[in-house]
Write a protein that binds this ligand. Structure first.
Ligand code: HEC
Ligand code: HEC
Ligand code: HEC
Ligand code: HEC
Ligand code: HEC
Ligand code: HEC
Ligand code: HEC
Ligand code: HEC
Ligand code: HEC
Ligand code: HEC
Ligand code: HEC
Length: 417
């Protein structure tokens, strides 16, 4: 009885299945539900070996159900897992996020990360899931997301931290980026104060269009840097665009400075900090060699090199920083109309005559400082002349003194009558 009953049940089941396939799911793929995937993939300690790496085949549904793709279901990403009826083919094709996120997919495809991963099959270059995770994808404003600002340095740092296999096998122009960033004003703002509006890696590099600095399209290319910082430092950029260093004001073949020439990229510090103040003359000096050299011959410059010298005047204390103009422009801090005020920042009681102190004066430059040049040589001439005259005088005097001594010994050289 039970045998026959069992057979009848089996036949009935097959019949129902055939009906389901031909009517219920007519033409559509017989898709497995998420629950069915979990019959197998819900087993917590199920792992497998891939290229020497142990990967977990377990998917945590409590976690997955919190993510942006919870509604989509497993086969929205693992399309070919739906090909079998219960057991799917192995290996499955890799997931293509760009099927749905086509715009981001296209940007990524043309980025250096995308080219390395897709064209060069660089195992160490990031795919979408290296930054977003596989099954824990959350929106960037969710605190638990790998793309939440506080977590970005970790996400990028997995590969870009100094010493990883990636940094040891790839020739990148900058080293210790994550370490330097962490010590910078932006990094400290993030890690110490939890300031999420500060600059993180993707604020400057973008998330999906990461390109080498030498690429003219890159957000960190010299020509685009001002715009990149302008996302946040709007007031400063507005000021900068009216200064002699801006392309909008000065047309020159010479290299004009952009934000990172004076502030750097990953080591940006608070500008009141000693290190920044002490290095600024060198930064300006990279382009204004003459003024930098002559500055170091002045009191301010020499004192700068001594301990505690950060209080003396630096280039930017007299010329400004983002508002620099030539001295003949009335917006310049060293223009006749403003210079007293400029010196008075530190020299209370400074007046017009105090300001005639020549800031870059040097005695070696006849063209620029003729008075100094001629005065220097006149004084030097006088000094040398005086010494030469008296030296000669002394040398000539020696034999005469000797003769006198021999002639008049015992009488102290005095002649006796
Ligand atoms: C009957 C059990 C079973 C079911 C049901 C099942 N899988 Fe699998 N799955 C496996 C096995 C077996 C492997 C291969 C494990 C290995 O490589 O050792 C696997 C591997 C995978 C892999 C990794 C494939 C690869 O190429 O590395 C993915 C992704 C996957 N399954 C997704 C799914 C999805 C999505 C579903 C539901 C639509 C599903 N599986 C349902 C048994 C199952
Ligand atoms: C947003 C897309 C997405 C969804 C939805 C998704 N996965 Fe995955 N899954 C991935 C990616 C990406 C990988 C990494 C391998 C690859 O690229 O093919 C992966 C890998 C896997 C693996 C292989 C083990 C591993 O960690 O590499 C299994 C098993 C798996 N998924 C099962 C599931 C199951 C079960 C579901 C539904 C609960 C699911 N996936 C839903 C994107 C997804
Ligand atoms: C079947 C289509 C589909 C696939 C494949 C897919 N996604 Fe999504 N994704 C969506 C939908 C739908 C949303 C929710 C709507 C939205 O916010 O855009 C979403 C949202 C997201 C979000 C959050 C967007 C936001 O602004 O909140 C991220 C991040 C994301 N997906 C990344 C990925 C990654 C990474 C992959 C591949 C591993 C992937 N997606 C694969 C359809 C898909
Ligand atoms: C190098 C790391 C990285 C890679 C690789 C990456 N992303 Fe992102 N993605 C991010 C970061 C960081 C954010 C959040 C900040 C932002 O949007 O600038 C983000 C945001 C997103 C968003 C939501 C916000 C938006 O712009 O709409 C989606 C969707 C997304 N990524 C999908 C993808 C897809 C699809 C891929 C692969 C084609 C991918 N990402 C590759 C880092 C990455
Ligand atoms: C999975 C590892 C990995 C992750 C995660 C990763 N990168 Fe990269 N990155 C690479 C590799 C590999 C290269 C070299 C690509 C090449 O050969 O052009 C690279 C190159 C770069 C470059 C230089 C461009 C170039 O072509 O030399 C920048 C800038 C960069 N990454 C920034 C980021 C940022 C920002 C993040 C996080 C949002 C990030 N990376 C996350 C692996 C990674
Ligand atoms: C304030 C903006 C800013 C932030 C924040 C920032 N970078 Fe950069 N990064 C730059 C600039 C500008 C350059 C190019 C510098 C140059 O060429 O002198 C650069 C260069 C790089 C390079 C070398 C690129 C090449 O062409 O070889 C890598 C890699 C890199 N950054 C990764 C990161 C990572 C990872 C983070 C986060 C920990 C980060 N950056 C944070 C601005 C930034
Ligand atoms: C020619 C060198 C130079 C350039 C180019 C430059 N800065 Fe500055 N920046 C300085 C100096 C010097 C200070 C310190 C000013 C002070 O102590 O009053 C400063 C100060 C700052 C500050 C602190 C706030 C303040 O006003 O004191 C920020 C933020 C800043 N710069 C951002 C930028 C950005 C963004 C750019 C690009 C648009 C830029 N800088 C271009 C030299 C420069
Ligand atoms: C996403 C927004 C954002 C971007 C992009 C950004 N910054 Fe900042 N930056 C900040 C914030 C916020 C602070 C204040 C941090 C603090 O006080 O802890 C800051 C601080 C600074 C300071 C120190 C100011 C001081 O008071 O001494 C300098 C200098 C600076 N940024 C320069 C730059 C330069 C140069 C760039 C472009 C390469 C840039 N920043 C890009 C948000 C940004
Ligand atoms: C990357 C190179 C570069 C850096 C760094 C730089 N400058 Fe300049 N600066 C220029 C160029 C180019 C001009 C345009 C003058 C010209 O056409 O000869 C200029 C013009 C000036 C002028 C106007 C006078 C003149 O000769 O036209 C002053 C003053 C000046 N810079 C001061 C500074 C100070 C102070 C710093 C540091 C805080 C600084 N510069 C940093 C390249 C630079
Ligand atoms: C104590 C104030 C002071 C300091 C510090 C200072 N300068 Fe000057 N600078 C002046 C004055 C005043 C002039 C105009 C008269 C002159 O040439 O001596 C000038 C002239 C210049 C000029 C020519 C500008 C023009 O419009 O003719 C440049 C360029 C310049 N300085 C750059 C620098 C650099 C670079 C540094 C730092 C290495 C620096 N200055 C430090 C006050 C200063
Ligand atoms: C950022 C502050 C600062 C600014 C701006 C500044 N100085 Fe000074 N200066 C100092 C300090 C500090 C000393 C050394 C302390 C002292 O002995 O007074 C000094 C010393 C001097 C000295 C030699 C010592 C003395 O007191 O006779 C002269 C001359 C001088 N400054 C002229 C100027 C002139 C001219 C200007 C304007 C073009 C100027 N300084 C702008 C800070 C500044």
């Amino acid at each position: 009885m039970t045998r026959i009953g069992g057979s009848i049940t089996k036949v009935a089941c097959c019949f129902i299945l055939i009906l389901m396939v031909s009517f219920g799911f007519g033409g559509k793929v017989l898709a497995l539900t998420d629950d069915e995937c979990l019959d197998c993939h819900g087993e917590e300690d199920w792992t497998t070996e891939r290229d020497g790496e142990t990967i977990s085949l377990y998917v945590d549904m409590d976690m997955f159900n919190q993510t942006v793709h919870a509604e989509n279901g497993c086969i929205s990403c693992h399309e070919d897992a739906a090909e079998g009826e219960y057991e799917h083919p192995v290996p499955l094709a890799s997931v293509n996020c760009a099927n749905c996120h086509d715009q981001i997919g296209e940007i990524y495809e043309n980025s250096d990360h995308g080219k390395a991963a897709l064209d060069n099959h660089d195992e160490l270059a990031p795919n979408c899931d290296d930054c977003h995770t596989k099954h824990n994808i959350l929106p960037p404003d969710n605190k638990k997301s790998s793309t939440y600002p506080l977590n970005i340095p970790l996400t990028c740092g997995r590969c870009h931290r100094e010493g990883t296999e990636m940094t040891q096998t790839h020739d990148l122009n900058q080293h210790n980026v994550v370490e330097n960033y962490s010590m910078s004003i932006h990094g400290k703002g993030l890690f110490v104060d939890g300031l999420i509006v500060t600059a993180v890696c993707n604020s400057c590099h973008t998330a999906h269009n990461v390109l080498k600095a030498s690429n003219p399209e890159s957000s960190v290319n010299r020509n685009n840097i001002v715009e990149t910082c302008d996302q946040c430092h709007v007031g400063i950029v507005n000021k900068f665009k009216t200064s002699v260093h801006s392309k909008a004001i000065t047309s020159t073949d010479k290299k004009l400075p952009v934000c990172i020439d004076c502030h750097n990229s990953h080591t940006i510090s608070r500008v009141s900090q000693k290190d920044f103040r002490l290095i600024i003359a060198e930064q300006c000096g990279n382009c204004h060699e003459y003024e930098s050299e002559t500055y170091f011959e002045t009191y301010h410059g020499r004192a700068s090199m001594l301990w505690g010298g950060e209080t003396t005047a630096k280039c930017s204390d007299c010329h400004g920083s983002h508002n620099i103009m030539p001295s003949n422009d009335d917006g310049s801090m060293i223009n006749e109309a403003n210079i007293v005020e400029t010196c008075a920042q530190c020299h209370s009681g400074a007046n017009q005559s105090f300001t005639t102190y020549l800031t870059h004066a040097t005695h070696n430059d006849r063209e620029r400082y003729p008075y100094l040049f001629y005065t220097f040589w006149a004084m030097t001439g006088l000094l040398v002349g005086t010494f030469a005259f008296f030296g000669l005088h002394t040398i000539l005097w020696i034999p005469r003194g000797l003769i006198d001594k021999i002639k008049g010994s015992g009488s102290n050289g005095k002649k006796t009558e």
